[in-house]
Design a binder for this molecule. Structure first.
Ligand SMILES: Cc1cc2nc3c(=O)[nH]c(=O)nc-3n(C[C@H](O)[C@H](O)[C@H](O)COP(=O)(O)OP(=O)(O)OC[C@H]3O[C@@H](n4cnc5c(N)ncnc54)[C@H](O)[C@@H]3O)c2cc1C
Length: 448
C-alpha cells in the first residue's frame, strides 16, 4: 500500500491509499478512500465531501467490468450494502430497488413477489446499477438490453442534489441516463418494470457451426432467446434455445448444473488449447466426444436458466454489429484466425438484441448481433483483440462499454446518432467532471 499526500483545505494530510481490483484481475487502482454507504443521505454527503475537496468520485457495483469504466484514484463508493428492495407495486409490476443490489439476489426476491426481469445476461453477479450503466444485455431478437427494463430512477448529481427521472419527469435526463457509463451521477434507486414470474424451457445442445450459420435467422426468430458458443477448431457450436413455458419446474440437479456450467462449459471447453499441447490424443478424444454428449432439456425459473456460474477468470471483448452482418462477420472471423494462426483458448459467443432508442446503448437504432471473444486473464490478448476489433470496425461495430476495447471518442462518436444529446446532459449534470475518469475521458472526451 502506498502513501500519498492529499490536499485538504491548504493542508497536506497523509493518507494510506486503498487497493481496488476488478473481478477479472486485469485492472487495479489505489483510491484515496473506499466508502461503503448504506443510505441515500450518506451517498449525498460523500458526493458533497468529494466536491468540497475537489476530488473525483465513482461508484462500483460488483467490479465485473473489464474496462476501466469503474476506476477512480480519488473516492470510490462500494454500493454492495446499498441493496434493499424499497417498494413493490404489485399491480403494475414496478419494483424499486437500491442501486447496489446484485441481480442474483434481486431475481430470487422478485420471484417471491411473483415477478421477474424479462431478460438477463449470462451471469447474475452484477449490480443492477452496473448492469444498467454499461448497457448489459442478454439474448433475444425481440428483447432490449437490461436498461430498457428501467421505468424510473433517482440520480445524485455533482452538487449532491437528488433528482427523479422517468418518461414523465426530467425526460431528457432519463433518456440518456439509462446507459450512462457512470458519467452522469450516482444512481440511487432504480424502478424496474417487471414481468410476472415465468419459467423457461431450456434446450442446450451441440449443432454443427455450419448448420447454425446457414439457418441463423430461423434459430434467432423461432426462439425467444437464442445464443451459441463456439470453440474455434470444433465442428459443433453449443447452442442455447430458451422459451417461456407454463410447464412446472423440472430443473437440472446440482451435479448437472456444475457439470454443464463449470466443468464442461467453463473449465474443459476453455482449457482445450492447453490439453492440445500437453496431451494431443486426450484433446482429440475430448473434441470428438464432448460436443455429442452434452445435451440438456429442462424447465426452470427464468433467472436460473438465463444465468450461469463462471469460475474461470477471463478477459473479454464484445462488439455489437448489425444483425444482418452476423454471417459475414463469422466468415471474416474464421478467415482472420486462419490467416494469423491464432488459436484462442476460449470460445466465442454470439447473441441477438432488439433495437432501442437509448443514446449510448450498443443497440441504439439497430437490431444487433453481439460477437464476444474471451481469453483467460494473464494470457496475451493484444494481437487477438486488436485484430478482432479491426474486423468488427468494418461492420460499424460498437464496443461493450464494460468490456475491453481500444477505441476513443473520435472513433466512436459517429456510431451513435444521439451522441451529442448525451454530451449535453453530461455537461448539465456534471460540469466539473466529478464523475469522470481516464476511461471516460478517452471514450467520451473531456467535458467542454
Ligand atoms: C463473468 C462475466 C460475465 C458477463 N456477462 C455479461 C453478459 O452476459 N452481458 C453483458 O452485457 N455484460 C456481461 N458482463 C459485463 C458486465 O455485465 C458489465 O460490465 C456490468 O457493468 C458489470 O456490473 P457491475 O455491477 O460489476 O458494475 P461495475 O463494473 O462495478 O461498474 C460498471 C459501471 O457502472 C457504474 N456504476 C455502478 N454502480 C453505479 C451507481 N450506483 N451509480 C452510477 N454508476 C454506477 C460504475 O461506475 C461503472 O461505470 C459480464 C462480465 C463478467 C465479468
Amino acid at each position: 500500500m502506498s502513501i500519498h499526500a492529499v490536499q485538504t483545505g491548504g493542508q497536506d494530510r497523509v493518507t494510506k491509499r486503498q487497493s481496488w481490483d476488478n473481478w477479472a484481475g486485469n485492472l487495479h487502482s489505489s483510491p484515496i478512500e473506499i466508502f461503503r454507504p448504506t443510505t441515500e443521505d450518506e451517498i449525498v454527503a460523500l458526493v458533497q465531501q468529494a466536491a468540497n475537496r475537489g476530488l473525483r468520485i465513482k461508484a462500483f457495483g460488483a467490479k465485473h467490468s473489464f474496462s476501466g469504466i469503474a476506476i477512480s484514484d480519488d473516492y470510490i463508493l462500494d454500493l454492495t450494502s446499498y441493496d434493499q428492495i424499497v417498494e413493490v407495486d404489485s399491480v403494475n409490476g414496478y419494483v424499486t430497488v437500491q442501486s447496489g443490489k446484485k441481480l442474483s439476489h434481486l431475481s430470487e426476491e422478485l420471484f417471491t413477489y411473483g415477478f421477474a426481469m424479462e431478460d438477463m445476461g449470462d451471469i447474475a453477479y452484477q449490480s443492477i446499477a452496473g448492469a444498467i450503466s454499461t448497457g448489459t444485455h442478454g439474448t433475444g431478437a425481440t428483447f432490449g438490453c437490461i436498461p430498457t427494463q428501467v421505468h424510473s430512477m433517482r440520480i445524485i448529481t455533482a452538487d449532491g442534489s437528488v433528482l427523479n427521472c422517468s418518461k414523465d419527469e426530467n425526460q431528457d435526463i432519463f433518456h440518456s441516463a439509462r446507459v450512462s457509463l457512470g458519467a452522469l451521477g450516482i444512481l440511487s434507486t432504480i424502478t424496474l418494470k417487471c414481468e410476472t414470474a415465468f419459467n423457461l424451457h431450456a434446450v442446450e445442445k451441440p449443432i454443427a457451426l455450419d448448420e447454425v450459420m446457414t439457418n441463423l435467422d430461423d434459430f434467432v426468430d423461432s426462439n425467444e432467446h437464442f445464443e451459441f458458443f463456439w470453440q474455434p477448431n470444433m465442428q459443433n457450436a453449443f447452442t442455447k434455445q430458451n422459451n417461456r413455458t407454463t410447464r412446472p419446474e423440472e430443473p437440472l440437479t446440482d451435479w448437472e448444473n456444475f457439470k454443464n456450467d463449470v466443468l464442461i462449459g467453463d473449465f474443459i471447453a476453455n482449457n482445450l488449447v492447453k490439453v492440445d499441447r500437453i496431451a494431443p490424443p486426450l484433446s482429440r478424444f475430448i473434441r470428438r466426444n464432448l460436443p455429442v454428449t452434452y445435451r440438456e432439456d429442462y424447465v426452470d425459473r427464468s433467472y436460473r436458466v438465463f444465468t450461469s456460474e463462471r469460475k474461470v477468470k477471463f478477459v473479454e471483448m464484445e462488439y455489437f454489429i448489425p444483425r444482418a452482418a452476423a454471417k459475414d462477420a463469422m466468415e471474416r472471423y474464421r478467415t482472420f484466425l486462419q490467416q494469423t494462426g491464432i488459436v484462442p483458448s476460449m470460445s466465442i459467443e454470439m447473441r441477438f438484441t432488439a433495437a432501442d432508442d437509448i443514446p449510448l446503448s450498443m443497440s441504439t437504432d439497430r437490431e444487433t448481433c453481439s460477437f464476444a471473444i474471451h481469453l483467460r486473464t494473464h494470457e496475451r490478448y493484444q494481437q487477438y483483440f486488436e485484430g478482432f476489433e479491426t474486423l468488427m470496425r468494418e461492420f460499424d461495430g460498437r464496443p461493450h462499454w464494460g468490456k475491453m476495447h481500444f477505441q476513443t471518442k473520435d472513433t466512436l462518436m459517429h456510431l451513435y446518432p444521439q451522441w451529442e444529446q448525451f454530451q449535453v446532459v453530461r455537461k448539465k449534470l456534471d460540469p466539473d467532471g466529478r464523475f469522470t475518469n481516464a476511461y471516460l475521458n478517452r471514450v467520451l472526451g473531456q467535458i467542454e
